[in-house]
Design a binder for this molecule. Structure first.
Ligand code: BGC
Length: 421
C-alpha cells in the first residue's frame, strides 16, 4: 500500500539565489570569495547553475519530476545594488522567473535573505549596522509589492542562528568575525529585521504568509549519564533551536548568561514555521576546549555518514524536531532536507526514511504541509565550494551539463503520486 500524503501537500526542491544564479558581483559573498583560502579547493561560485540567464532550464526539470512547489530566494544586492538605487531590470527578471514557475503550476516560496548581504550593507556594518532592519524592510516591501500577483508565500531570513554563528563566531562566512558579543548584537538586529520585514510584507500584501526557515536539530548528550553533558546539551538545544523562534513569539530575545533584549514588535510574527533538517548534534563537555565554550562534538561509532563526513544520516531526528515544533501551534513546512551524496547511493533511502518520519508526524497531528528537498541541482556550497553535491541532478559547473541521478526519478514519482510508493 502506498503511504499517501494529505491532499494539497507541497512537493518541492529548495535553492538559494547566490548558490544558483551566478555572477552576484554586488554581494558580500562575492568579495569574500576573492581572498585566497576561504573556499575549499580555491573554488568560486562563478556562473553557479546559471539561473540568472537560464533558470527556466531547471524549472523544466522541476516539471519533469512533478514538483508543485519550489523554494527559491532573491538577492537583495541585485535588486538594490547601491543604497536606494532599485534595479528595474533585476526586478523584471525575478518577475519573469516567478511567472515561469506559475505557468508550470509550481507555487513559489520566496526567501528574502539567504546568507548574503549587498556589499553596501556589509560596508555599513552588516548585521551590526543599526540601520539594517529598516533597510531590509524597505527592500522587502518594494519587492513584495512588485511580485505580489505572482507570490504570496515568504521567508524573511534563512537559518538566522546558524548563519550568524558562521559569520560572527566561527569566522567561516563574511565578515569573518569571531566575537561572541558581535554575534549577540547581530542576532538582535536579525530579530528586528525579521519583525520589520514581517510587518512591511503584510502592509504590502495583506494575504501574505510569512515565516522563517529555522535549522532545527536534536541536541543530545554524548553520555546521558553525565550531568555536564546533559546540561550542555540542553543549553545548546535552547540556544541553537528555540531562542530565536521564542523571540518571534514573545517579543523577548533571551540568551544564556542573563542576556536579554526586548523586541516587542517581533511578538507574534510567524504565520508558519519552516524547518530545515539535516542531522543531529551530539555534544560532550570538555574542559580542554574553553575556546569552543567547552563543547566537543561527538558521533556514535556506528554513525552512517554522508560524503566527506559532512553529516550523520539520522532520520529519527526529523520526527523529533517536528514534534518539538508543535509548541508554536503553526503550520510547518520542511523547507530543506538533503545530503551530499555524489554517487547517489544513500539518497533514495534517505528520502524514504525522512518522508516516513514526516508522514508519522502528520499522523500524530503535526500540521506539516510541504516538503522541499535540498536540492534540485548541485550548487555552490558556500565555504565548501563545489566539493559537496546535494543535487537530485548532478551538475558539471564548467560545462553546465546536468545528469539525472536515480533519486530524481524516485523523488519525482513520490511528487506525482503524492505518496510514498
Ligand atoms: C543552507 C543551504 C546549504 C545547505 C547544505 C543549509 O543549512 O540553508 O544554503 O546549501 O544547508 O549545507
Amino acid at each position: 500500500m502506498p503511504m499517501r500524503f494529505p491532499e494539497g501537500f507541497r512537493w518541492g526542491t529548495a535553492t538559494s539565489a547566490y548558490q544558483v544564479e551566478g555572477n552576484n558581483t554586488a554581494s558580500d559573498w562575492w568579495q569574500w570569495e576573492q581572498a585566497p583560502g576561504r573556499i575549499r579547493g580555491g573554488d568560486r561560485s562563478g556562473l553557479a547553475c546559471d539561473w540568472w540567464r537560464h533558470a527556466e532550464r531547471d524549472f523544466d526539470l522541476m516539471t519533469t519530476i512533478h514538483q508543485n512547489a519550489a523554494r527559491l530566494s532573491v538577492e537583495w544586492s541585485r535588486l538594490e545594488p547601491q543604497p536606494g538605487r532599485w534595479d528595474e531590470a533585476a526586478e523584471a527578471r525575478y518577475r519573469e522567473m516567478l511567472g515561469s514557475l506559475r505557468q508550470r503550476g509550481i507555487e513559489p516560496l520566496v526567501t528574502l535573505n539567504h546568507f548574503t548581504l549587498p556589499q553596501w550593507v556589509a560596508d555599513r556594518g552588516g548585521w551590526l549596522w543599526d540601520g539594517i532592519a529598516p533597510a531590509f524592510a524597505a527592500f522587502a516591501s518594494r519587492f513584495v509589492r512588485s511580485a505580489a500577483p505572482l507570490a504570496d508565500f515568504w521567508i524573511t531570513v534563512n537559518e538566522p542562528v546558524g548563519y550568524l554563528i558562521s559569520a560572527y563566531l566561527q569566522g567561516r562566512f563574511p565578515p569573518g568575525r569571531t566575537n561572541p558579543l558581535a554575534f549577540w548584537r547581530a542576532l538582535r538586529e536579525s530579530v528586528r529585521a525579521h519583525a520589520a520585514a514581517y510587518h512591511a510584507i503584510h502592509d504590502a500584501q495583506p494575504a501574505a504568509r510569512v515565516g522563517v526557515a529555522a535549522y532545527l536539530r536534536p541536541v543530545q548528550p554524548a553520555d546521558p549519564r553525565l550531568p555536564l553533558d546533559r546540561a550542555l546539551a540542553s543549553r545548546l538545544d535552547y540556544t541553537l533551536n528555540w531562542m530565536y523562534l521564542d523571540a518571534l513569539r514573545s517579543g523577548r530575545l533571551v540568551g544564556l548568561g542573563g542576556l536579554r533584549f526586548n523586541v516587542p514588535e517581533a511578538a507574534g510574527t510567524l504565520d508558519f514555521l519552516g524547518v530545515n533538517y539535516y542531522t543531529r548534534t551530539r555534544v560532550a563537555f570538555d574542559l580542554r576546549r574553553p575556546r569552543s565554550f567547552f563543547v566537543r562534538a561527538d558521533r556514535p561509532y556506528d554513525a552512517e555518514m554522508s560524503d566527506a563526513d559532512y553529516s550523520e544520516v539520522y532520520p529519527d531526528g526529523l520526527l523529533t524536531v517536528l514534534r518539538a515544533a508543535r509548541r508554536y501551534g503553526l503550520p510547518v513546512y520542511v523547507t530543506e532536507n538533503g545530503l551530499p551524496d555524489s554517487d547517489d547511493d544513500l539518497r533514495p533511502r534517505f528520502i524514504t526514511d525522512h518522508l516516513l518520519r514526516v508522514a508519522q508526524a502528520i499522523s500524530e497531528g503535526t500540521p506539516v504541509r510541504g516538503y522541499y528537498h535540498w536540492s534540485l541541482v548541485d550548487n555552490f556550497e558556500w565555504a565548501d565550494g563545489w566539493s559537496l553535491r546535494f543535487g537530485l541532478y548532478a551538475l558539471d559547473p564548467l560545462a553546465q551539463v546536468r545528469t539525472r541521478l536515480p533519486s530524481a526519478a524516485y523523488y519525482g514519482e513520490i511528487c506525482r503520486q503524492n505518496a510514498l510508493p
